[in-house]
Write a protein that binds this ligand. Structure first.
Ligand SMILES: Nc1ncnc2c1ncn2[C@@H]1O[C@H](COP(=O)(O)OP(=O)(O)O)[C@@H](O)[C@H]1O
Ligand SMILES: O=C(CO)[C@H](O)[C@H](O)COP(=O)(O)O
Length: 547
């Protein structure tokens, strides 16, 4: 098949539209559209007096539509191709990003009577509101030894779809009633493009306790909450499609608005991190892809179903047919560095400006001059909770070893190291349960932004890290799904569109030895606060929520 595919990657802060040549994977154009409202955590845009509760992370659905309406025409213009040359569109989206819509697919937050209810807005993946609901689901599933829990590493995360549904049922019954569909935002975008609701097996499998063999655990839902039970037949209706299949075709109205041909095939959606695995071409067993951005997701494929505690999930055909796709992750990586950089003292801000460096780059420049262990610091990177292997959003970050000599760059380096230690815990966990990792890939926005970070990962993991040449691996994966919707075999699309590698980071033996010792200490602190004394962080967190 010749021609182009449009891949749209909906991230945490922005959406990116790619136009990609299907035979070569050459990126002809990229248009980035930042979300005007970003991540909403303080007040609602409709009324500045309505405070958003703590632990909420909301988004404005219009921001996603703006990515379509502005990003597609801009990317097409830059690519300088004819609309008829486009063979399909694919969508990837952060997940579980949860939206309630009515039968016309209008978000409930766009209806006047609900606009001031935070529950009516999009709940972003990192919305940690449904803590009690997640715990309730987990307690029941553990007490009954529910079969489905084996696919979720024996955990239930507040970030997932069903806890978010239950939170809406419990705290905003009117919003629940007003919704005709409760959808993953990726599936909503597909529905807006095609006029038809087709849910993807990927987020359904990873975030909503659904499997192809068993569907939803209907009886379990009914027993927990009758409304949740009814939801399966009502607000969770819609066709289910598999990643790699066509969800439908572009409606006339959308085609006219976007300047694309009517009837253009649109693929079933995929989660962003899962899409990145396709983008780097890690389409075999025993390869691990670290998708490093705001958060990090650790993705791998395997021919076998293996029960692995502490992971985010395993789904058959969740990324590629005939493979079980596995996901684990860390909830704050780039976000943690971004937060720390904002705390930099005025003298650092000034000096960075003088040297014409971003604060990230200035701190990296200072931190690179330090040896591993030199600062005597160890951090826990749980500033947005811990996704794997502890799966507890009540956990918080910590820093041990501070003295009067500690400098900001020491702390920055300790946080970079902490995320590498967190990744080592995840990889060691996979391996100890029989999922061997032979090759490690890194992609996402971070690897190309921070060389020190990637060298630390190579040293801590004591493995080579192959960094993808593109920081758009998710968008490329989405474009592959667009090509597949247009008629290309998905595996063929992966082989012809996968992106090359830019650089390999090799472990530095002198550093590896030092990091082995530091990791032993990290593991002790991790187990102490994660397993033995989680109540310390939980009680502190509780006080902040009660305020
Ligand atoms: N030089 C840098 N070093 C470390 N972190 C960075 C640097 N530049 C940006 N970041 C962080 O990277 C994240 C953005 O990553 P990116 O992959 O572009 O976004 P997303 O995860 O939304 O797709 C932000 O959280 C930001 O704080
Ligand atoms: O949980 C996810 C995938 O399963 C989220 O989509 C992801 O963690 C957010 O991604 P990003 O860091 O790229 O914004």
């Amino acid at each position: 098949m010749s021609g182009y595919s449009i891949g749209i990657d909906f991230g945490t802060e922005s959406g990116r539209v790619l136009v990609v040549e299907v035979n070569t994977g050459i990126i002809k154009a990229v248009s980035t559209v930042p979300y005007k409202h970003g991540v909403m955590v303080d007040v609602l845009p409709t009324d500045q007096r309505v405070q958003i509760p703590p632990d909420f992370a909301l988004q404005h659905p219009q921001d996603y539509l703006d990515v379509l309406y502005h990003g597609i025409p801009a990317a097409m213009k830059e690519a300088n191709i004819q609309p008829q040359e486009v063979k399909g569109i694919g969508i990837d989206f952060t997940s579980s990003t949860f939206i309630c819509v009515n039968e016309n697919l209008d978000p409930v937050c766009s209806l006047k009577e609900y606009e001031n209810n935070p529950h009516a807005w999009v709940k972003l993946w990192k919305h940690h509101g449904p803590k009690e609901e997640a715990q309730e689901l987990l307690d029941k599933a553990l007490s009954e030894k529910s079969e489905w829990l084996r696919r979720y590493g024996f955990t239930v995360s507040t970030e997932w779809f069903i806890p978010k549904c239950l939170e809406t049922i419990n705290h905003a019954p009117d919003v629940y009633e007003a919704a005709d569909y409760m959808l993953e935002a990726g599936d909503w975008i597909v529905a807006k493009l095609t006029g038809e609701v087709v849910r993807s097996n990927c987020p359904l499998g990873f975030k909503a306790f659904w499997s192809e063999e068993e569907g939803f655990p209907q009886k379990f839902f009914e027993e927990l909450n009758p409304t949740l039970g009814q939801m399966v037949q009502t607000k969770l209706q819609g066709k289910i499609g598999k990643v790699g299949q066509r969800a439908g075709v572009l409606t006339e109205e959308m085609a006219n608005s976007l300047g694309l041909p009517q009837g253009l095939p649109v693929g079933v959606s995929i989660i962003d991190a899962h899409s990145a695995l396709l983008g780097v071409g890690a389409s075999r067993s025993n390869q691990l892809t670290m998708v490093m951005g705001t958060s990090t997701c650790h993705m791998t494929l395997n021919e076998e179903f293996i029960q692995v505690p502490g992971i985010s999930g395993v789904v058959k055909d969740g990324i590629l047919p005939s493979f079980y796709a596995y996901e684990a992750g860390q909830s704050a990586v780039g976000d943690l560095f971004g937060w720390y950089v904002k705390q930099a003292p005025a003298s650092y801000v000034e000096e960075a400006k003088k040297q014409n460096l971003s604060l990230f780059k200035y701190l990296e420049f200072l931190a690179i001059q330090k040896e591993p262990g030199e600062s005597g610091l160890i951090a826990l990177d749980w500033h947005n909770g811990n996704r794997s292997v502890l799966s507890d959003s009540n956990l918080t970050g910590t820093l041990i070893g501070l003295t009067l000599q500690t400098k900001p760059e020491d702390i920055y380096r300790a946080y970079l190291e902490a995320t590498a230690f967190g990744s080592k815990i995840i990889i060691d966990n996979f391996e100890s349960w029989g999922i061997t990792i032979d090759r490690v890939y890194a992609c996402g926005g971070l690897p190309q932004k921070n060389e020190l970070l990637m060298q630390i990962y190579a040293d801590v993991l004591n493995r080579e890290i192959h960094v993808s040449a593109t920081d758009h691996a998710s968008g490329i994966g989405a474009a592959m799904l667009g090509a597949a919707a247009g008629g290309m075999e998905l595996e063929e699309a992966v082989q012809s569109m996968k992106q090359p590698f830019l650089k390999t980071y090799y472990p530095e033996p002198k550093h590896v030895v030092k990091y082995e010792t530091l990791f032993e200490l990290y593991k002790e602190i991790h187990d102490e606060f994660g397993y033995k004394r989680p109540h310390i962080m939980k009680r502190l967190k509780q006080m902040t929520i009660q305020k």
